[in-house]
Structures are given as C-alpha cells and as structure tokens.
Write a protein that binds this ligand. Sequence first.
Ligand SMILES: O=C(O)C[C@H](O)C(=O)O
Length: 517
Amino acid sequence: MAEHLSPSASMTTIRQDDFIQSIYQSLQYIACYHSPDFLQALHEAWQREPAPAARDAMGQILINSYLCAQGQRPLCQDTGIVVAFVQVGMQVQWDAKLSLQEMVNEGVRLAYGDPDNRLRASIVSDPAGKRLNTRDNTPAVVHVELVPGDKVEINISAKGGGSENKAKLAMLEPSDNIVDWVLRTVPTMGAGWCPPGVLGIGIGGTAEKAVLLAKQSLFAPIDIHELRARGPADRAEELRLELYEKVNRLGIGAQGLGGLTTVLDIKILQTATHATSLPVAMIPNCAATRHIHFTLDGSGPAILPVPRLQDWPQIAQESGTPMRQVNLDTLTKADILQWQPGEQLLLSGKLLTGRDAAHKRIVDLITSGQPLPDGLDFHNRFIYYVGPVDPVRDEVIGPAGPTTATRMDRFTDTMLGDAGLLGMIGKAERGEATVDAIRHHQSVYLIAIGGAAYLISQAIKAARVVAFADLGMEAVYEFTVENMPVTVAVDSQGHSVHETGPAEWRPKIADIPIFTA
Ligand SMILES: O=C(O)C[C@H](O)C(=O)O
C-alpha cells in the first residue's frame, strides 16, 4: 500500500524576516571575505609565479583580501549583481507576505545600504534605454527550484560585471571539440575578467540551460588538486583536468600580464541534450569571487562561519625595482614620453575619474558642440576609470579599483584629442584602434590592479564630485592621490604589455609543471 506523508508532521515554516536577514548577512559576508579555498589556491599560485608583474598583481590581491577582512570593507568596488539559486523543499511552508523575489530584493536593499559597510549600487533599470541606477542594487536575479524535503537551500553570489561581460555561449555541433573551443575563446576574453579566477562551463541541455549550468558550476569549491589526486571519474572530470592544464599553458597570467596561472580551477556541469546539439557555455569568475551556500530549516536566520584573520596568508608587498615618483599636478607630455612599458609608477596629485556613463555624456556634448559642465576640464589631466564605493566611517572614499578600460575605447580618441586628456588609468587591454590613438596623441595608458580596490583606496586622500552627480558611482570625481601604484600598460609609442607579457611568458612557462601535486 502506498505510504502517505502526513503534511503537518514534516512541515517546516520559514519566516519572512529570517529569510531576508539571511540574504542581508550573507551578502555583507561575501562582499568582505574571500572563501578559504580561493585564498589557498591564490596563495599557492602567488608562491609559484615566476613572472614578476603577475606575481605582484596576485600579491596585491592577497594583501587587499586581508585588509578587507580586517576592515570589513568590500574586496572590489564592483560589489556585483546579486544572483540567488533557491531550492525550496516541497514540505516547506512560508510565514511571509512578500514573494520570494521581493524577499531577496529586501535582503539586497539592506545589505547594500548598510551604513557600517555600504556596498556599491551598480544596477541600472531600462538597460536598453535610460539606464537609471536603481540606487539599492535591486533587483536580484533569482532562480527557484522545487525539490523534495523540508528545507530551503540557498546559493547566493554577487557577480562582478567585468567577469560577467565575458560570458560565452556556443551551439557547437556534436563532433566539435570542446577543448578547442575553450582554447580559442579564452584569449578573446582579454583580461577584463580579472584572471586568475575560475571558469565555469555548462554543457548540454538547451542554450539557456547550458548558461545556467555554467553559472551554477561556479558555486563549487576550488578542488582541482584533489581531483587530480583521486583521478577523474567521468568525461566531465577528464575535461576539467585537460582544460586546467591547457588554459594555463596559454600564458595569459594574472591581469593578462603573462604568467603561469590564468585559472585556479575549471568547473563543469553537464546534462543531456538533443542529438543534434552540443551547447557549451563558459562564464568566468573574477578574483573577487563571492558566493556562499546556506540552509534554512525553520530554526532562524542562517549562521555563517566566523572568519579567522590568522587564516589569511600574511604577505608583504615586495620591493622590486624602485618606482618612478610622478607628480600629476606638474606633469607634461614630455615627461610621459620617458615612461617605459611595464614600468611601475607611484602617482601623487590630482586626477579625474570617469567611466561608461560619464564618457557617453562628455563625448555627446563634445560632438554636438556643447560645452562641458562648469569646472570639468580634462586638459593635461589623467582620468581614472573607476566607480567607487561610497565612504563609511572616516574614509574619504570607499574601495576604488579600476574598471575595464576596453569599454572606454570608443570614446578615447575624442577624449585624447578634443577633451585634451593627457593619459588614462584602468585595467585590461586596449583595442588596436585605441593603441593607435595613444600613439598618435603621444598619450599613455596605465593600469592599476583589478581586485585590489580597498588597497588602492588607501592612496586616495581626498575626493569630491566634479560633475554628473546624478550618475551615482558613475559621476566624475576629482581624487587627490598619494603614491598610487600603477604600471605603464601602453606607452606613448603604442607598446602594450598585454601583448608582450603573454608572448614573453608563454614559451618561458612551457616546461614548468602546471600541477605540483
Ligand atoms: O564596475 C566596475 O567597477 C568594474 C567592472 O566589474 C569591471 O571589471 O569592468
């Protein structure tokens, strides 16, 4: 005779407030604390890295991580778009008035507006139109699944825009080679996703299912060395090992500067597909990898592990060759002609900021013959591509790392020509036409380390909004910096370290084992 479950016996009740508090606390937590598996993998990669620029980049990310855990401030200025996968047990009932989406949004609102640790509101509504910042980082992206059981399982992440922008989907043919596709595709993603990180790969299903699997795969802990030690159990695990080895052999390295470690792990989830199809999706996770899993069983809000500062690797900034001191306030074109590709500089003085939305407005004003707003003058100034976190406590500004410069390429010739800009600071490579414009205007492009946002903000001594305050984090600020560390990425002759670095290190690392264990 069929057994019937008594509904009342196994029912769990989840209270709205417990759910919202759990979302809020988990988002605050992942904004500040790297997970132990990521820290260990990055520390190992830093210890093994033979390429000085890549090693320095990873060192800065590790120091930044420690400072964020200590100061409880965000790892990256891009505190992400919230993505929640919620599995609801079919024996769960809710003591709630809001929908699940509304409850997640409420948790996001509390987390991003927390006065003790404000996070950056990065979400814009009407993306194909007005692109207005929603000011509280809502709405979240929520995926819900009904599963057997009496608990609610939540995987939540705050996904950085720079890495999400590099997501790829290919509808391969059944006899196509997945490894070839990945190895062809990763170099096209450039450095805007802030390697070293993790590549999530979804295989099978339909187009949208492959993308979801790729995203879900990124929730698993980094364990490629354990997999190697125990040996692959199926084709997906074989692929993980093969891709880990071959992607790292590409020599892209940390921040795309050339080096031994481009990926810390490869994650793969697969499911059945149509006989004609081989959908493959790939989504990278950046160095500010932020995700956590928790369970609600009706007993109250989630309890998250208390991080212990002694678990963070203690590394000191290494003093390599002496850095050139640069006074931004007296700098001339003649000075920047002296700077060499790969040279490290310490910037002091005043610079302006600006990113996507401000660039669009500025270039629209210039091309329609209108003046820039009062007080906004780029002549002989440097621009820093950044959207900072608002300050809390005694800060002048919150974490303020670079955003992907490549998105500003379309505006650069006008900024260097008509607006009179001297040079730029950002992260990742520039396109060919932009490198030509840099050479033509005898300008320069400098990079700061993506993923070292709180560390970088320590060099910012004053900040004020100069124009477009309505753009929120995308407003134009003036920063006064002291000893801000940057590297010459494209010099005035158009030499680019994102070209020369990987080309130099690919052959050099060819004989170094990728797996140590
Ligand atoms: O939005 C940002 O500040 C950075 C962005 O995530 C990027 O990597 O380009």
